[in-house]
Design a protein around this ligand. Structure first.
Ligand code: NDP
Length: 505
């Protein structure tokens, strides 16, 4: 497994001819589901080369052609959604209903990207301004060519599809490297594309581990879309820097939820439990810290604790959430609970004993010092910190003290105030009176600030993220003031000086 490898080891592991297999495991019991090749450098290079040829065909299809292909791809996924959800559930351990919901959201994004690419990316006219009135000016968007998508395991369809769908709709071919924990999901998606366009590998999947991802960064791709940890994002950036390959990085978060004294507490508690515990807390924009205004702090804590105690993880179809998908994460979760308790925090629900071999029971901590790792570092587990604050203003201050800035939420009955508070939160996305409410809104760009990354997937910005900007001028007639010549006339310069002082002086 790559977690023991340094990036340099990862590179060596992936030398040509060093073909190995990786096994995907059912995180509920550790049973082997299937084995997939760890693609070596030559295999990755060959996939990118095929993609480059396919990208030319894809470009020629134009917006209208791509729209039809992508809608067909969407229909193929949607009509076989149960089988994809089954792979997601098996490889990630999440309950089938959660897996199906993820597929549904991914399909929504594919649909939106396919239908909006032309409107957003087609060439449009812009004003040339007074000085260049003899020019007709246009801005257009061209595909990069080949986009490498490095995906995570926590939402192995929804998250990479946020890059794949938008990159494809913008006219790029995609080579997808799924996480080694969820290779089957990636293979399923590429097989589905192949079933509709067998001779055009516009979407391919290469299975492997971190070394395969590193090879993809150096395989001549024109852009990398990365989702995962901040630490790996830095390695990916370093590899991409060698060839000036741009990247979009969607890293983790430490999302804060702010609860005002006038909030609908039952609704806030319901959302808090969902945001913190669903998917075993392995959600980049999940709720990790809750700051509650003093007058309602105890009431909120009691209600949330009651809900958390009634929430049980397991491997059954009706379990609230499944096992920890990434084994090493269990140690991180335990460490953060220990740190919080050692620094004076209090466990209201569960504690260190909640961290079992594969599952972590809900943990609610309170009074946790702000320098504890449970506050400063991403947890990615079903634990949540509830701390008391004087009011929403103090909540904003504490929320913004994080190095992360992915998502945030505010709960107050006063929607105007909620929006004002939301504006002050340093995050890429924020919700008022819900959590994760943006996930199904395809038109909303998604991404973070600070250690949560940069660039955007989803929405119009997501389409532009996978495009290069092309500006064009077409001269319509000779300029009345001919300044772009080595033989400028004194009269033209005089008028220019006069205009400068009149227009801008
Ligand atoms: P990583 O960031 O290590 O992995 C993310 C992706 O990057 C995977 O596909 C991984 O491949 C790949 N990768 C790993 N090393 C390299 C490399 N050197 N070059 C290119 N690609 C590479 O995350 P982990 O899965 O180890 O999870 C660690 C932590 O990251 C989690 O605990 C969580 O805090 C955060 N995380 C955040 C996510 C988010 O949605 N923002 C999603 C997942 C994790 P492989 O899996 O095959 O090693």
């Amino acid at each position: 497994m790559t977690e023991q490898l340094t990036p340099f080891d990862a590179d060596r592991e992936n030398e040509p001819g060093n073909n190995r297999d990786l096994e995907s495991l059912d995180p509920r019991n550790g049973e082997v589901i299937a084995a997939y090749p760890i693609s070596d450098v030559a295999t990755v290079d060959a996939a990118v080369e095929r993609a480059r040829t396919a990208a030319r065909w894809w470009d020629v299809q134009g917006f209208r052609g791509r729209r039809e292909w992508l809608l067909e791809f969407k229909r193929a996924i949607a009509s076989d959604a149960d089988s994809l959800a089954a792979v997601v559930s098996r490889e990630s351990g999440k309950p089938p209903a959660d897996a199906l919901l993820e597929v549904m959201l991914a399909v929504e994004h594919l649909d939106w990207a396919a239908k909006h690419a032309k409107k957003i990316l087609r060439q449009r006219k812009v004003s040339s301004g007074l000085v260049s009135a003899n020019q007709a000016s246009y801005v257009g968007y061209r595909p990069y060519g080949v986009v490498g998508v490095i995906g995570p395991w926590n939402y192995p369809v929804y998250t990479p599809m946020g890059s794949i769908a938008y990159a494809l709709a913008a006219g790029n071919a995609v080579v997808f490297k799924p996480s080694e924990l969820t290779p089957g999901v990636g293979v399923w998606l590429a097989d589905k594309w192949q079933s509709i366009a067998p001779s055009q590998p516009v979407l391919q999947t290469i299975t492997g581990d971190g070394s395969t991802g590193a090879a993809l960064c150096r395989a001549g791709v024109n852009k990398i879309a990365f989702t995962g940890s901040t630490a790996t994002a830095k390695r990916v950036m370093a590899a991409c820097a060698e060839n000036l390959v741009p990247i979009v990085a969607e890293c983790g978060g430490k999302d804060a939820m702010l609860v005002g004294e006038d909030a609908d507490l039952d609704a806030a508690v319901d959302f808090a439990a969902f945001g913190a515990l669903s998917n075993a807390g392995q959600t980049c924009a999940g709720v990790e810290r809750i700051y509650v205004a003093k007058p309602v702090y105890q009431q909120f804590l009691d209600k949330l604790s009651e809900k958390a105690r009634a929430t049980t993880p397991g491997g059954e179809t009706d379990s609230a959430y499944g096992p920890m998908t990434l084994g090493k994460q269990i140690g991180i979760v335990r460490g953060q609970i220990e740190d919080a308790l050692a620094k004076g925090g209090r466990a209201v629900v569960g504690g260190v004993e909640s961290v079992r071999e594969r599952y972590v029971d809900p943990v609610v901590l309170t009074g946790v010092p702000e320098d504890s790792t449970a506050i400063t570092e991403e947890t990615f587990g079903p634990t949540v910190v509830v701390n008391e604050v004087a009011d929403l203003d103090e909540g904003v201050e504490r929320a913004n003290a994080s190095k992360y800035g992915l998502g945030a939420s505010v709960f107050t009955k006063n929607k105007g105030k909620g929006k004002q508070i939301a504006d002050r939160l340093q995050s890429g996305v924020v919700t008022v009176n819900s959590v994760l409410g943006f996930a199904g809104v395809a038109a909303l760009p998604f991404g973070g600030v600070g250690d949560s990354g940069f660039g955007r997937i989803h929405g119009a910005d997501g389409l532009r993220e996978f495009s290069t900007v092309k500006s064009m001028t077409v001269q319509q007639f000779n300029a009345p003031l001919n300044l772009l010549t080595l033989n400028r006339k004194p009269r033209d310069m005089k008028i220019s000086e006069w205009m400068l002082s009149k227009r801008h002086g």
